[in-house]
Design a binder for this molecule. Sequence first.
Ligand code: KIV
Length: 276
Amino acid sequence: MAGRERITVPDFREKKQRGEKIAVLTAYDATMARLLDRAGVDALLVGDSLGMVVLGYDSTIPVTLEDMVHHTRAVARGAHRALVIADMPFLTFQTGVEEAVRNAGRLIQEGGAAAIKLEGGRAVLDVVRRLVEVGIPVMGHLGLLPQSVNQIGGYRKQATKPAEAEALLADARMLEDAGAFALVLESIPPDLAGAVTAAVSIPTIGIGAGPDCDGQVLVSHDMLGLFDGFVPSFVKQYAHLSETVVAAARAYVDEVRDSQFPASPNSVADVHRSGR
Ligand code: KIV
């Protein structure tokens, strides 16, 4: 594939067949989407982590379909090569197949996403089947399901017992049979993630699931060190942007207070942002 060609859903399966690892990051706005796209990520996930790292909620539960459509549209405007995948938020796909199709359709039609992601295994198979039937590609999500945080009682590793691991492996196979094109595996033991990866022909994208997945996804605010709330232990911070932002803003505040910024009018070119 040429360097700047748009990544497609079939490319995901081909990458697995070729043994090429898949790099996914989350994005929530056009500027960040443009930068991450330029860095060469394969897919931009407009995750409902939006609620926690952008909107200031303490879980993903309050995120609405309107929020997701709005932010997906922004990401789609910034992404030129990466596949844009939009998360279906809580209660937009659990209340019936028809409603799920309508809501997923909005993320594709109004948001400009090429695919959607939804959480769950056997409980969502009818929805997955119907979405795929009507032409909406689906990424599954197993393991830690943040939309079920009230049921599981916290953000902790899942499928640690043999029976749970068996159930997750069966869910992965069922999602593949239902037509999912890829699976996120979140916070499960690495050996289980490796077993799922070997058992299905669609790519697995791990987060806190070890190295034996077909690809990895991280929340961009976590890996860039931009989110200064709780950062999960499996995250590698490739930058510490929160410190850079605070230092830059502090320098600006100091310069304004000391009348150092702006510089004297004669030394400043009068170029407006839109005129660059
Ligand atoms: O919402 C999100 O960002 C996600 C990823 C953590 C996989 O679901």
